[in-house]
Ligand binder design. Structure first.
Ligand code: CA
Length: 532
């Protein structure tokens, strides 16, 4: 007989005598277990805990389980030769997507969409955030996923990289100063007024010295750490799970977001990753590491490959430690855990330097795994092409908070699909691809507007991305790939020779542009080609 859906302090008392860390009430602690179990409990909604873990540049291809039986048949690529034992185990316990897409595969825009459930036009974050771009700043008036959880009675914790704030001179230790000395400023301190319901804070804006990270805590105190950041953040997450220091109310469910920066450039030396992980890859020739046939092994960046994979393995271990603690505390049954990434990493594929911000598979296709033993049966879903704004409503739906999804949300709630209960939420024909660049600037060089330089669509079969000229908004270049028959996107089909195909993909893109309230839709950009 299951009397407690959600682990309560009392439940831990008799279920887990060795670790009675949640006991708060002496009276309850003295009661025999059967009396506790039979006591009438107030009827409260029983919400699950949620842990959302997202490293920064972890492409879907860098997940070792894709090369294992049971997974291999679901994809048409060979996974990178990476060691991810914890994620491999987790995948077998999860719903796993083949086609989760980072619509705007760059940090701040992705995070803005993730937190608000809105596309980049309305999230407030149409560009990567730095002090030259005042127009890119998470909307203070937006109802974020954490606002909803907080209002529903959750404790909410944010750990790691945030990167959705316009940096301002608000260093808590040096009022009137930025938190770093460089132009433009990238890193930022997030004051309590901008934390959107997160009551536990251990975060920073963006900073890439992986073994000397820093964080501002709930009180705004800065902590400089001399440790690889995922290891430190896993320790903090474990401490939060154990409720060391009474940082949360153990009677409430919690929502914890953990944003590991690695894998993230630079990947130059063991200053950027753990030596034990680097040792797994250091003696393997580059051509056996860079196995994707679209990778240019002559690029200087190729030397980064063992460090990239070492970062992936280190993140896998940090993730595994958090999962292990969740199980040890007996919290794992009623905790929904998501593992995904900001966006991917090209790592010499297509010969591009930029690790992200492109429509290539290595950049857009991210891992997406949800484990929730009480509601989700492990499976692989090849049909759902998940867009970033769908994540917020889907998680809220899985928690039974579908009625709390704000009307501002533009994404779709696929919770029923994950739970095999309701497949009625329509699937999109594909995922919208978005790329913006700086528009006009004022006399101080501050960006006043942005320009929607490229849009596209990723369907099950094709990738189309159209870049326009900033001056006349006419076509500058087009990428068109048949991903089904050319999974490594080696052959850019000449679009003028495939006009019918381009037209049909443009037709499918129209509802996506409309749903995203996109400037291409509002301005009818390329209306001779796109049938608005
Ligand atoms: Ca990023």
């Amino acid at each position: 007989m299951v009397l407690f859906q959600r682990p309560s302090p009392e439940f831990f008392f008799y279920k887990n005598m060795k670790h009675p860390i949640h006991i708060q009430s002496g009276f309850l602690a003295m009661m025999p277990a059967f009396m506790i179990a039979c006591s009438p409990q107030p009827k409260e909604p029983e919400y699950p805990n949620v842990i959302y873990i997202f490293p920064d540049q972890m492409r879907n291809h860098a997940m070792g389980f894709w090369n294992e039986s049971g997974f291999q048949d679901a994809i048409n690529f060979t996974a990178d030769p990476v060691h991810t034992p914890n994620l491999n185990r987790f995948a077998k316990e999860s719903a796993v997507l083949t086609s989760a897409m980072s619509n705007f595969p760059v940090s701040s825009p992705h995070r803005g969409m993730l937190l608000t459930g809105m596309f980049s036009e309305n999230s407030g974050v149409p560009l990567n955030c730095n002090s030259n771009r005042p127009i890119s700043n998470l909307r203070e008036d937006a109802t974020c996923i954490s606002d909803v959880f907080s209002q529903a009675g959750y404790n909410c914790a944010y750990l790691g990289k945030l990167h959705v704030d316009y940096p301002t001179p608000n260093d808590p230790a040096n009022p009137g100063q930025y938190v770093e000395n460089q132009t433009p400023v990238w890193d930022a301190y997030t004051p309590p007024t901008r934390r959107h319901g997160f009551d536990y804070w251990y975060s920073y804006g963006t900073f890439d010295v992986h073994k000397n990270p820093h964080y501002w805590d709930t009180q705004g105190i800065r902590h400089d750490i001399h440790e690889w950041s995922p290891n430190h953040e896993a320790d903090k997450a474990i401490s939060y799970l154990r409720n060391e220091g009474n940082v949360r109310d153990p009677k409430k469910p919690f929502f914890m977001m953990i944003s590991f920066n690695p894998p993230h450039s630079p990947y130059r030396s063991t200053d950027d990753c753990m030596e034990e992980d680097y040792n797994l890859y250091k003696d393997i020739p580059i051509d056996q590491l860079l196995i994707r046939p679209n990778a240019d092994k002559t690029m200087e960046k190729a030397e980064s490959t063992p460090y990239y994979f070492a970062s992936v393995t280190g993140v896998d271990r940090a993730f595994g430690r958090i999962m292990e603690e969740l199980k040890r505390l007996n919290l794992d049954k009623n905790t929904l855990v998501v593992f995904t990434s900001d966006h991917g990493e090209t790592m010499c594929s297509q010969g591009v330097q930029d690790p992200k911000n492109s429509p290539y598979a290595e950049s857009m296709n991210v891992p997406f795994l949800i484990r929730y033993p009480e509601k989700i049966t492990p499976k692989i879903d090849k049909e759902l092409i998940l867009s970033t704004p769908d994540i917020m409503p889907t998680i809220l739906g899985l928690c039974g908070l579908e009625n709390n999804i704000p009307t501002s949300v533009e994404g779709r709630n696929y919770a029923g699909r994950f739970m095999d209960k309701d497949y009625s939420t329509p699937l999109r024909e594909g995922a919208l691809y978005i790329r913006n660049v700086d528009g006009t600037k004022d006399e101080n060089g501050k960006v006043q507007s942005y320009f929607p330089v490229a849009r596209g669509i990723k369907t099950h079969q094709y990738t189309l991305a159209i870049t326009i000229d900033k001056k006349n908004k006419q076509i500058k270049n087009v990428l068109l790939f048949d991903d089904l028959n050319d999974p490594y996107q080696l052959n850019n089909l000449p679009w003028e020779e495939h006009k019918e195909l381009v037209q049909s993909l443009c037709k499918k893109m129209v509802p996506l542009l409309k749903e995203a309230d996109d400037p291409w839709y509002k301005e009818r950009i390329l209306s001779e080609l796109i049938p608005y």
